[in-house]
Design a protein around this ligand. Structure first.
Ligand SMILES: *Cc1c(COP(=O)(O)O)cnc(C)c1O
Length: 388
């Protein structure tokens, strides 16, 4: 069965109401702190950790487990755990798998708040973080030390879109027993299978395409067989869990992920190609365009592209001029995050610790939503007239 079919048929529900069958396409939503036991003997089992069922609201209620299992299936992993945000999934990955005295390599293009956490928090736990060039591959070997525990990737990075050579990196890492982690939010598990390329752990900001409607925050960590036990034990210690309502919404979103991504992909590619032919534009940074510096690697490893990309201008406009352009847009919302049905724009200059094509440049990032592309193009073109 194809993945998209499997997603549609995730969780129909067979229940009974007043002794009569009740079958619904969508699952029931449970809200619970206390979970009742039928008999005192069940409580005794729960007290010793040997009760089979859920014992409390923190035991990952049915919708959370359904979502986790859906993502485990798509990633081809062993175990998934859901967190309250994508950033929480990132930070807990470090805490679950790194120890005091470890050295960690992090790609320069990772999600900004995750990089901030690495710089501000991990050194307090005596974990040393080193940022490596965003388009790294087998040359990751040059950065390894005897105490290197983890390599953290994001491909493509969600602001500057560099692609890493994942198989080359995992080959080096596996030889040395180093854990590899990837933030797979951009491609989603439909368009990149990092675990099949040798990555040990895949992270998602479910907030983006998987939920798809800009109305919740959630993140997941998926581990392969080797690293699943550590994740399960760590999660059990914390009793952090995603809310039932958010899991319901995320499950509703994931069922239409395939069809939404298809539309995001074609619309964004069309917009990217049209922007490439506009005179004011210097470069359009989209992994599926042949002009992208790592396009060949993207073609080899990914099965599709999504709706987020960036471009730069030939002129170094002032921030005021860029603001006049952005403010003139009618259809693009000015706002963070992406992966939803509405088109969005952000602009910014990115700091990088390693040499980068885009460091310090004014970059415009577009989240292409589900609107008609001619309407979106018309909107951009009228706003370009404000760039003087
Ligand atoms: C948004 C984002 C995150 C963080 O997700 P939140 O749910 O907003 O905390 C992590 N990684 C990438 C690539 C993102 O774009």
């Amino acid at each position: 069965m194809k993945e998209t079919t499997r997603l549609i048929n995730l969780d129909s529900s067979h229940n009974e109401v007043s002794g009569k069958p009740l079958v619904t396409i969508n699952p029931p939503l449970y809200h619970a702190s206390t979970v009742l036991f039928e008999r005192c003997e069940d409580l005794y089992l729960a007290n010793t950790g040997s009760y089979e069922g859920a014992t409390y609201g923190t035991d990952r209620l049915p919708l959370q487990t359904a979502l986790e299992e859906a993502i485990t299936g798509l990633e081809g992993g062993e175990l998934t755990r859901a967190f309250q945000s994508g950033l929480a999934a990132i930070t807990h990955t470090f805490f679950a798998y790194a120890d005091s005295g470890d050295h960690i390599l992090v790609c320069d293009n990772v999600y900004g708040p995750g990089a901030h956490f690495c710089r501000k928090v991990l050194p307090r736990f005596n974990i040393e973080v080193e940022f490596v060039p965003s388009a790294i591959g087998a040359d990751i070997a040059d950065y390894l030390r005897p105490n290197t525990r983890m390599i953290f990737l994001e491909s493509p990075g969600s602001n500057t879109f560099e692609i890493q050579d994942i198989p080359a990196i995992t080959r080096v890492a596996r030889e040395r027993g180093i854990i590899t982690v990837i933030d797979n939010t951009w491609a989603t598990p439909l368009y990149l299978k990092p675990l099949a390329l040798g990555v040990d752990i895949a992270i998602h900001s479910v907030t983006k395409y998987i939920s798809g409607h800009s109305d919740l925050l959630m993140g997941t960590i998926t581990a392969n067989q080797q690293y699943a036990g550590v994740l399960a034990d760590y999660y059990r210690c914390l009793e952090i869990y995603a809310s039932a309502d958010d899991c319901y919404r995320a499950l509703r979103g994931i069922k239409t992920l395939g069809v939404r991504l298809c539309r995001h992909e074609t619309s964004a590619l069309e917009m990217a190609r049209r922007l490439e032919s506009i005179d004011l534009v210097e470069s359009v940074i989209h992994p599926a365009l042949p002009s992208h510096p790592q396009h060949e690697i993207w073609k080899r490893d990914f099965t599709g592209s999504t709706g987020l990309f960036a471009f730069t201008f030939k002129s170094d406009y002032s921030d005021e001029t860029i603001a006049a352009f952005v403010n003139a847009l009618g259809l693009f919302g000015i706002g963070y995050s992406w992966g939803g049905f509405k088109s969005l724009i952000t602009v910014g200059r990115f700091k990088r610790r390693n040499p980068s094509l885009y460091a310090g440049k004014n970059m415009v990032r577009l989240n292409i939503g589900l609107e008609d592309t001619q309407d979106l193009m018309d909107d951009l073109e009228q706003a370009f007239t404000y760039l003087k």
